[in-house]
Design a binder for this molecule. Sequence first.
Ligand code: ZN
Length: 304
Amino acid sequence: MSLAEPLLIGDARIDRLVDLERFDLPLGWLFPDATLAALQDDLSWLEPDFLTGDKAILAIQSTVLRVGGRTILIDTCVGEHKPRPRHPAWNQRTHTGYLDRLRALGIAPEAVDIVFCTHLHADHVGWNTRIDNGRWVPTFPNARYLMGRHELSDWETKLKTAPADMVNHGSYADSILPVIDAGRADLIDHDHQLLDGLVVRRLPGHTPGSIGLSMHRRGGRCLFTGDSIHHPVQLIHPAWSSSLCSDPQMARATRTHYLAEAAENGTWLVPAHFAGHTGVQICRHANAYRPILGNCHAAAGRLP
Ligand SMILES: [Zn+2]
């Protein structure tokens, strides 16, 4: 599995930008179909980075993509000062160091050109905004914020029938609407092209409007997957969808399709929650997949 930080693919540079380094969830809660017995043969690489006892270990991280002279921030995690009373670890956070870590990559908030939202869950939109004299303002003042048209309308529909603070932890009001009101949001469809070789891809199932980014450079391919895959156990068991997916069956079909493709053509997968890792290449193993490790002989030739 890649520990590469940054990940370099042709002329593109990819860094992970952590908001929460570690976030544990009970495996059986996150993946209702999961059992520890089904992971026995893989504990040697799952532990300790991804699994401890019956807890799945995740991170909450953005991805910074620099390509074609553009700086693109993919997903913006939980953020600071956001009221999330139903989620103590996300509630009213301060001094997280997230923007300092962005600056340490040589990027000021003003230098971000594009914020790309794979979907609009509260752990993907938090740093869209920051508090300024009691008002939510875009954290990245010069960026265009790209949001899926279908994704946004789906949340707006839900907000018509449920109390705002019960929908997605209230994140629409503090992390999405202020961006729209500031005139910084662009609603996009799944065939939208950001740059030559960088195209929006529909990845439905986790949410109805989930999208990712498919990148093709001379040095290789990459898929920014959002939450269509949450955790490496889904390489071993691609059928395991998370309890957080709005349509687990569709999420399974989406994932199964691109995993086959990625194993075939060496695509780097860049998910939002793989702890400690920017991206991973995979190889086929029996009826499923494994990250490329020393024992993955079939794909060893593709190691960079
Ligand atoms: Zn997420």
